[in-house]
Design a protein around this ligand. Structure first.
Ligand SMILES: [Zn+2]
Length: 320
């Protein structure tokens, strides 16, 4: 129908040929052209956005798997972070408290980390954002782990020193089954001179031959404090501590010998200036004689300690 089309005329009851003008034809052509473009665009849109190609389907599957893996990674990092938090808490509130060390400063555990920018070049997909987050968390975890390792190394050193120091303090009683002192530290009546004189240790009456034990780790010195002390052992413990055991019947250690806390060093006797069988025991810190009773804190119940303390307060006559 290149030259027009036929139209029914109800008056003549016949089809009559209608002649089309150029404008009309042009209008129809434009209409056909535009519809063609519209259908073309619709087709492209469906092809690209609605129907996935096999390659796209594969990529989407991979992307979903990646997302699941990153999510799993994030969960594991969170779990590790919680475990580490518990260790940090114990470190600050238990170990450091016991060992009298300062807590680890927060700036050391949680420094301000610079945010990595290399992820920006990646596509801004959900998976890459999650991966970036996981990386950030892992960085923080590494710093906290490094700080914690350093802290534990430090505590190990402190603990070593503390236990070495604690072993050097005369913390036990020199005689077993010792529940009181016969004569305490301070001004006491001298048994021979019968006047109040400074008593530089404590006297513990005990049968001749009762074993005497070193009250801390140390080395036996060659010191001879004087003939009045009779057979006497002086032990140097370090950290300026020394202990002295006098009036022994016999000693079992020699000068220069290393001794351990609780080691037998001799037996009770009456040698030197003594009015009865007893141990005269002294604790020396620096240049000062100190009250040995205050050092009987290890291996003793509070009741036993109170009994010894009370007995030491009596201003009676010393056994010398
Ligand atoms: Zn004495």
């Amino acid at each position: 129908m290149p030259n027009g089309f036929y139209k029914f005329n109800p008056k003549t009851l016949s089809f009559e040929k209608v002649k089309l003008g150029f404008r009309h034809i042009a209008k129809r052509m434009v209409w056909v052209f535009l519809s063609g473009i519209a259908f073309g665009l619709l087709f492209i849109w469906i092809a690209f956005y609605v129907i996935d190609s096999p390659k796209e389907k594969l990529l989407e599957k991979e992307n979903n798997e990646l997302k699941a893996e990153v999510e799993e990674l994030n969960t594991r990092i969170d779990l590790m972070s919680k475990v580490l938090l518990d260790i940090e808490d114990r470190d600050d509130n238990v170990y450091r408290t016991i060992l009298e060390a300062d807590p680890v400063p927060a700036s050391e555990r949680y420094p301000l980390l610079s945010v990595r920018s290399d992820g920006d070049s990646l596509s801004r997909s959900e998976a890459s954002a999650m991966l970036k987050e996981a990386n950030k968390k892992a960085d923080k975890l590494m710093v906290r782990l490094a700080a914690q390792t350093k802290s534990l190394d430090e505590l190990e050193q402190i603990a070593d020193k503390k236990s070495e120091m604690l072993n050097c303090i005369p913390a036990i009683r020199p005689l077993k089954n010792m529940y009181s002192v016969t004569s305490g530290f301070g001004r006491r009546y001298h048994p021979v001179l019968k006047t109040l004189r400074s008593h530089t240790g404590v006297d513990i009456a005990a049968p001749k031959g009762t074993p005497i034990y070193a009250t801390a780790d140390g080395v036996v010195t060659s010191e001879n404090p004087g003939s009045g002390y009779g057979i006497c052992v002086v032990i140097k413990h370090g950290y300026t501590y020394k202990t002295l055991y006098a009036h022994m019947s016999k000693k079992t250690v020699k000068a220069g010998q290393k001794v351990k806390r609780g080691q037998l060093i001799g037996y009770v006797g009456t040698s030197g200036m003594a009015t009865g069988s007893h141990l005269h025991y002294e604790v020396i810190k620096g240049d000062q004689r100190v009250n040995p009773v205050y050092y009987f804190y290890s291996d003793i119940t509070p009741e036993e300690y109170n009994a010894i303390l009370e007995s030491s307060k009596k201003v009676n006559q010393s056994l010398s």
